[in-house]
Design a protein around this ligand. Sequence first.
Ligand code: MN
Length: 271
Amino acid sequence: MAQETKPAEVASPSAAKPMDPGARAHQLMDDVAPKLADITDKVLFSDVWERPGLSKHDRSLVTVAALIAMGRAESLRSHLELALQNGVTREELVEEITHLAFYTGWPNAVAAIGVARETFARNQSASATAKTTDAEIFKANSGPFSAGEPGNFTGDAKITSRYRTAPPSHGSGGTVAFGPGGRTAWHSHPLGQTLIVLSGHGIVQTWGSPAHALGPGDIAWIPAGVKHWHGAAPKEAMTHVGIADVQNGNTVTWMEKVSDTQYGEAARSSR
Ligand code: MN
């Protein structure tokens, strides 16, 4: 994987923000175990945590639950910070710990409340002195990207997750940068999908219907449960944002790949 740098965040509430988890991995381990620090940053924080299949809010909830179950107070401290940063509320964290008292044992839950109290107090004093209402701006083609799952994409497709929602929303979204000829496999979304083309030219096609050309500024709606694919034109890249609601923890059902014949025909007919 290529070395990727975090993009600059414009007007981010930096004073209230805990250290970037990847940078923290380096700080904790670089002197003794630089390789472990490196893969922790590149694989865990720049790839797994960025995958669109689960929101960061939900990833934080399950990570906190695991750390409480294992009684890892030190890791819990930094992950409670990260959870707050990922939009998990104090009320949700207290509810989670209460719930876990029955599954991980009362002593683990009480210890976790102690760590949570410290974290909330620290967070309170930090947020009192920092602006937390600023917008955050990201460039569409900035990383960190992860490669699309080879079984679900043909050619070059890089994914990043810049679409955010706050609880109780179940919206989910991501940015996909397709290289020329890059495309998804056939798939469907349980509650449909909106595609917003940011740059380049591409194609979208639902099963049994004509292929449509896509260009910058185009917005495509794919109805719920309808089999379809989308991707770049043969000789041009395309980047789009895809937004789909989560149903039963699921945003997509993957199917077979779009064959070269199907793709070629769609490219010809959509010109
Ligand atoms: Mn789709």
